[in-house]
Design a protein around this ligand. Structure first.
Ligand code: SAM
Length: 470
C-alpha cells in the first residue's frame, strides 16, 4: 500500500504498512507542514526555554554557544520521518556534539568534526561507548589514588601557570591528572578528562563570566580558596548520573549494544574548510547535515579556543585525537586562528568577486564596512571566504536531495548589521540547493558571551533548511 505519512512520532519502522519513499518535493512539503504544525501549537517550541539541561549529557561540560538538544532532535526527527531514507548525519562544526547526540536517538550514523580539541573530546565522550557501570566500579579507586598521592610534581607547564592557577589548585589538579593517567581504558579516561576540564573552568583564576581569557582581580585570587578535588568529586557524581541517563535512553530506543552505539560514530579534529570526512572519501555521502556555525571569526565573536586553552594544558592530547598536538596550544589564540576567518590577509579582486557573485548582499555589506573601517572589512571577508570554502566542501559531501539544517544568527560589525542568514543562504543556494523552510527562534537558553557586546546583539536566530538539487 502506498502512503505518505506526515508524523512527528517515532521512525516509520513501527508501522506495518510498506511505506513508499516520498518524492523530494513531497518530503519538502511534509517538512514544512510538520514545522508549521508544531509552531502553531507552541510559538516557543524552537526556543525551548524550559529544556532539561541534563538531557543527553548536555550539562557535564559548559561549551560556549551550545545548541538545545531537543530543538535539534525535533528537526532531525521531522526530516528523517519525511524523507524516509536518511541513514547518516554530519555536523561540520560539531562543538560539544549536540546535533550528533540528537541524531543517535534516531539511530543515524554520525559524523562530526571541529577544529577545537576540547570540542572533539566532549563530543567523543557524549557519543560513547558508555561504560557507566565500570566507571561506577572504578570511582573509588580513582578517588583513593587522588587522596593517597603525595607527589609534588606539577603536571602542567606553560607560561603564566601561576597567574591562572593558585599553587594549591595546581597541586590538586596534578593529583587528579596522575590518577586519570592510571586508568587503563581510554574511553573512561576521556570521561574523566571532561570532568577535569569542567573542574579547571571552575577553579582556575579565569573569570567564568566571559569566554575570553580574563584573569580575576589579584585582590580576589589572593584570598580565593577552592579545592579542585572537591569540585572534581562533586561534578563527577552529577556527570555520571547524566551519562547513565543518556545511555539508558539510548538503550530504551534499542540504540546500544553492550554500551556501544549500534551505528557508526566518526568524529575528527579537522578544519572543515580543508576537508570533510566521509566513508572511503566518498562524494555524495550524507543524507543530512545539521550544524550551527560560528557567526564570525572566533577572535571577535566567541573565543572557543581561548575558552579551551587552560583545560587543554592539563589534558593528555593524545587521548583526544591523533591529530591533537602542542601546536594547538602554541599561543592562547592559536585554536581561534585555526577557525573560520582566523587568518586575515588581503584578498585579490578575483577572490572577492567570487564571493560577491555568490552573494550580492555581501558585496554591499563589505562596501559599507570598508568605508568605515577597512581592517574590519578584511576580517569580514576572511570569515566569509572561509565559510564559502566550507560550504563548497559540504555540498560535495552531500547526497542529491540530502537536507542541510543551519542555525544562524546575525551580528554587527562597525555598526553595520551583517545578515549571516542571507549571506550563508546565498552561498548554499549558489552551490545548487533550494531553501525549503526558515524557522525563527529566540535565544533564551543558549549560553552566550554575555559580556561580549557583539554576541549580546544576537537575540534571534534562523534555522534554515535546504535541500541539495541534482
Ligand atoms: C556554534 S559552535 C557549535 C556549537 C554546537 N552546536 C554545540 O551545541 O555545542 C561552532 C564550532 O565551530 C568550530 N569551528 C570554527 N571554525 C571551524 C573550522 N574551520 N572547522 C571546524 N570547526 C570549526 C568551533 O570550534 C566551535 O566549536
Amino acid at each position: 500500500m502506498n502512503s505518505i505519512k506526515s508524523t512527528s512520532q517515532a521512525p516509520a519502522s513501527i508501522t506495518t504498512e510498506v511505506r513508499r519513499i516520498p518524492t523530494p518535493e513531497e518530503a519538502d512539503l511534509i517538512i514544512c507542514q510538520e514545522v508549521d504544525l508544531l509552531t502553531r501549537g507552541n510559538h516557543q517550541i524552537w526556543s525551548s526555554p524550559d529544556h532539561d539541561r541534563s538531557q543527553y549529557v548536555h550539562s557535564f561540560f559548559q561549551y560556549p554557544a551550545m545548541m538545545v538538544p531537543i530543538v535539534q532532535k525535533r528537526i532531525i526527527e521531522i526530516i528523517v520521518n519525511a524523507k524516509g531514507d536518511v541513514t547518516n548525519l554530519l555536523d561540520s562544526f560539531m562543538g560539544s556534539g549536540t546535533s550528533l547526540v540528537a541524531g543517535m536517538q534516531m539511530g543515524l550514523d554520525c559524523y562530526g568534526q571541529d577544529i577545537n580539541p576540547l570540542a572533539v573530546l566532549v563530543s567523543k565522550t557524549r557519543t560513547g561507548p558508555f561504560y557507566f557501570k565500570a566507571i561506577e566500579e572504578r570511582r573509588q579507586a580513582l578517588f583513593t589514588h587522588i587522596e593517597q598521592d603525595n607527589d609534588t610534581i606539577i603536571e602542567a607547564n606553560f607560561n603564566g601557570l601561576y597567574k591562572w592557577f593558585n599553587p594549591p589548585v595546581a597541586a590538586e589538579l596534578s593529583r587528579i591528572v596522575r590518577a586519570i593517567r592510571a586508568e587503563s581504558n581510554q574511553t573512561i579516561r576521556r570521561f574523566y578528562w571532561v570532568i577535569l576540564a569542567e573542574t579547571i573552568r571552575l577553579t582556575s583564576n579565569d573569570r567564568t563570566s566571559t569566554f575570553k581569557l580574563h584573569a580575576r582581580p589579584l585582590t580576589e585570587t589572593a584570598t580565593r580558596t577552592v579545592s579542585a578535588i572537591d569540585v572534581f568529586k562533586k561534578h563527577f557524581a552529577n556527570s555520571l548520573e547524566d551519562l547513565r541517563e543518556h545511555a539508558l535512553q539510548l538503550e530504551d530506543a534499542d540504540r546500544l549494544l553492550k554500551g556501544a552505539y549500534i551505528g557508526q560514530v566518526n568524529l575528527n579534529l579537522l578544519n572543515s574548510k580543508e576537508h570533510i570526512v566521509t566513508a572511503n572519501d566518498k562524494e555524495g555521502f550524507f543524507d543530512l547535515h545539521v550544524t550551527s556555525p560560528p557567526y564570525g571569526d572566533n577572535k571577535t565573536t566567541v573565543t572557543y579556543g581561548q575558552f579551551s586553552y587552560l583545560p587543554l594544558q592539563w589534558i593528555d592530547l593524545q587521548d583526544i585525537d591523533d591529530r591533537a598536538n602542542d601546536t594547538f596550544l602554541a599561543t592562547t589564540s592559536q585554536i581561534d586562528s585555526f577557525g573560520l576567518g582566523g587568518v586575515i590577509r588581503r584578498f585579490t579582486p578575483e577572490e572577492l568577486q567570487l564571493l560577491f557573485d555568490a552573494s550580492p548582499r555581501l558585496e554591499l555589506i563589505h562596501q559599507q564596512i570598508h568605508q568605515i573601517d577597512p581592517k574590519r572589512a578584511r576580517k569580514v571577508a576572511a570569515f566569509f571566504y572561509d565559510i564559502y570554502q566550507t560550504i563548497q566542501n559540504i555540498h560535495i559531501a552531500m547526497k542529491v536531495n540530502g537536507y542541510q539544517v543551519w542555525t544562524v544568527g546575525n551580528r554587527t560589525v562597525a555598526g553595520v548589521n551583517v545578515p549571516n542568514n542571507v549571506i550563508m543562504t546565498d552561498f548554499i543556494l549558489s552551490q545548487g540547493a533550494i531553501l525549503i523552510k526558515t524557522i525563527n527562534r529566540e535565544i533564551l537558553n543558549r549560553r552566550m558571551a554575555s559580556r561580549n557586546s557583539q554576541a549580546n546583539l544576537m537575540t534571534f536566530e534562523d534555522i534554515l533548511i535546504f535541500r541539495k538539487i541534482g
